[in-house]
Design a protein around this ligand. Sequence first.
Ligand code: SF4
Length: 232
Amino acid sequence: MNVSGIEKMSLVDYDGFVASTIFTAGCNFRCGFCHNSPLVLDCKNLPIIPEEEVLAYLNKRKGILDGLCISGGEPTLQPDLKNFCEKVKALGYKIKLDTNGTNPKLVKELWKEKLIDYFAMDIKNDPSSYAQIIGFDKYDTSKIVETVDFFLNNDVDYEFRTTLISDFHKEDNIRKIGLFIKGAKKYFLQKFKDSESCIKSHLCAVDEKTVLKFQNILREYIPNTYLRGYDL
Ligand code: SF4
């Protein structure tokens, strides 16, 4: 596992649990709003935290921490992710996995083998508008669709989430997202916060009035649509 960052204790990364979060290096997307640009654009030059160090820390914190969040970058690009999860599970931890949904095969395996307790999958935009927001000219969303279908049609614990960017998320996109993930268990609309570590500069968040409108639209399709990061 190429782990390039660790937050040793967090009360907000894994709902209801005290958790550590690790950040894996490398991603197959280039989302402009990404806060982890070094992990995405410069991953070869980042220091790697040895897997043994992460496991030793978790071993020492047994009984204090409940879980581990595996974030990135895109963790499903790590060839030994499954093996690593087995080791973390052997220590008795719950595991949450953040993913962009591009590796449905591994996601399914991880769930079926009970190696992940909770998934958080980004829905970047409606399928017809994916390419632009992830930094490409065109993009085949078939893998994304496959992962979404797996979550929608199986008894999996998961959430979908979208970081809202005013240039990319208009009412039409929101309606199409509603149709795309109709019936989802939980969906979070997240507020974008600009920072120096974003891949692109000058992106803007969706304002409070608009996000409430979006939430109302989405509740027709996904009753459990919530806001995250908005003071409302
Ligand atoms: S936001 Fe996630 S999927 Fe997008 S570039 Fe960053 S790490 Fe990759």
